[in-house]
Design a protein around this ligand. Structure first.
Ligand code: UD1
Length: 427
């Protein structure tokens, strides 16, 4: 198994290209189910999760073709054609490996009139139920049955009716599922307290490009007028605001000066505000965002929340950065119950982080020290790389499959800005 070795102490300087957003791509790909015409997605990141999702869609009889695969290119173009579906079942073996597979439930149900998807189960960061996905689909006409670890959803008479649903808590995944189902319903759907993440806006924009009718895009009240059919489209995946935010934390902790090429300030308000409060200079440029730090960081108080709040996906990276800030920071994780697995690893590197339930107190330290570390989820793994960039000596990050799920060619991008980082085979 591969490892990443980071030798800290180099201020990052230069340009980092930001890839297409993983979280957006994983909800745009299943839209191929909604039409029998080809869907072409540009700027797809090259990530293990995208390959896994492609494999899942192939199981349903969707053909996929990839272009732009020169090894030196970032991103890819994929054309997906669901002319005829051969299966409506997402099996346990695939769903277990990739939670996002649950996002085929809504579009498959809308297109085929039925869908059977394995229950995803929990994951390292928490329990992660799907009850809200099911309730929202029921509200627009689905009949749902659970058997032997699978959810079977059926649209009586072959087509969903549309309907109203108010989410009791904001759910990104459940909003995505119900929107993808409602676009082909035989009626109008009104989805209240919907998630408003930029990735949901990206999803709605793709669906509109495919002929869907959605009012209220970017708000928490989405009104979807179902259509008889959608058509194909060519669409560019938005840039990855979480990847950009992660590299911003990396630049900040090293006292660096980095331009995040392709990043969009308007989608990163909470991250930018937090960086600025910590003393980091963040400016728009013609091509993206420039992040400059002078080596001194201030402590912060941060609480994760649905968009436009501070993203749970940025919590671990900020925690790593704040380990080197002056004073004590207070972080509160409100979305997931178990998203502090990086704490013990950061402490092994000399950090001073104490958790109490959902709150973490991060007391700034003078220095971090390299150590062998590993993490059990994607953003936690990135936080260890960020800490390694400033730690004295060598940090060895293992279990790279987490990073490969969400960061396209991480070590190459960090090498571009002068980091001493390499991927080595553990053998
Ligand atoms: C969540 C994050 C998203 C992040 C992703 C991966 C939020 C609101 N969502 O999206 O930003 O990119 O993790 O880290 O920040 N819930 C239920 N029942 C359900 C669905 C969700 O109770 O059926 C609860 C969850 O346990 C959680 C909250 O609702 O506490 C939000 O979950 P949700 O947005 O659905 O999770 P993801 O779509 O995975």
């Amino acid at each position: 198994m591969d490892k990443i070795l980071v030798r800290g102490g180099h201020a990052l300087k230069g340009k980092i290209p930001i890839s297409g957003a993983k979280n957006s791509a994983l909800t745009l790909l299943p839209c191929a189910l909604l039409t029998d015409e080809p869907l072409t997605l540009r700027n797809l990141p090259r990530l293990a999760d995208i390959d896994g999702f492609q494999h899942l869609l192939n199981q349903f009889g969707i053909s996929t073709m990839i272009a732009g695969s020169r090894p030196e290119d970032f991103g890819r173009v994929m054309t997906l054609s669901a002319t005829r579906l051969t299966s409506s079942v997402a099996p346990y073996e695939l769903v277990r490996k990739m939670r996002a597979s649950i996002l085929v439930l809504g579009p498959m149900l809308a297109r085929a009139g039925e869908a059977t998807v394995s229950l995803p189960g929990g994951c390292a960061i928490g329990n992660r139920p799907i009850d809200l996905h099911l309730k929202a689909l029921e509200a627009i006409g689905a009949e749902i049955e659970m058997t032997a670890g699978y959810v079977k959803a059926v649209a009586p008479k072959g087509r969903l009716t549309g309907g109203s649903y108010t989410f009791p808590v904001v759910s990104v995944g459940a909003t995505e599922n119900v929107v993808m189902a409602a676009v082909l319903a035989n009626g109008t759907s009104d989805i209240k307290n919907a998630a408003r993440e930029p990735e949901i806006v990206d999803l709605c924009n793709l669906l509109v490009a495919m002929g869907a009718s959605i009012d209220g895009i970017g708000t928490s009240d989405l009104i979807i007028h179902g259509k008889d059919r959608l058509h194909g489209a060519t669409y560019r995946v938005m840039s990855d605001r979480i990847e950009a935010g992660s590299y911003a934390c990396a630049a900040a902790i090293t006292g660096g000066d980095v331009e995040l090429v392709g990043a969009k300030m308007s989608e990163m308000d909470a991250t930018v505000k937090a960086l600025r409060t910590a003393g980091v200079i963040v400016e728009s440029t013609a091509d993206g965002i420039r992040v400059t730090a002078n080596g001194t960081l201030q402590a912060l108080t941060l609480e994760t929340a649905p968009y436009p709040g501070f993203a749970t996906d940025m919590q671990a990276q900020f925690m790593a950065m704040l380990c080197m800030a002056e004073g004590a920071s207070v972080l509160t994780e409100t979305i997931f119950e178990n998203r502090y697995m990086h704490v013990s690893e950061l402490n092994r590197m000399g950090a001073d982080v104490e958790t109490k339930g959902r709150t973490a107190i991060v007391r700034g330290v003078e220095k971090l020290t390299g150590a062998p570390v590993m993490a059990t989820d994607l953003r936690a793994s990135m936080s260890l790389v960020i800490a390694g960039l400033v730690a004295e000596g060598e940090t060895e990050v293992s279990r790279l499959y987490h990073l490969d799920r969400g960061y396209e060619r991480l070590e190459e991008k960090l090498q571009l800005v002068g980091a001493n980082i390499e991927r080595v085979s553990a053998d």
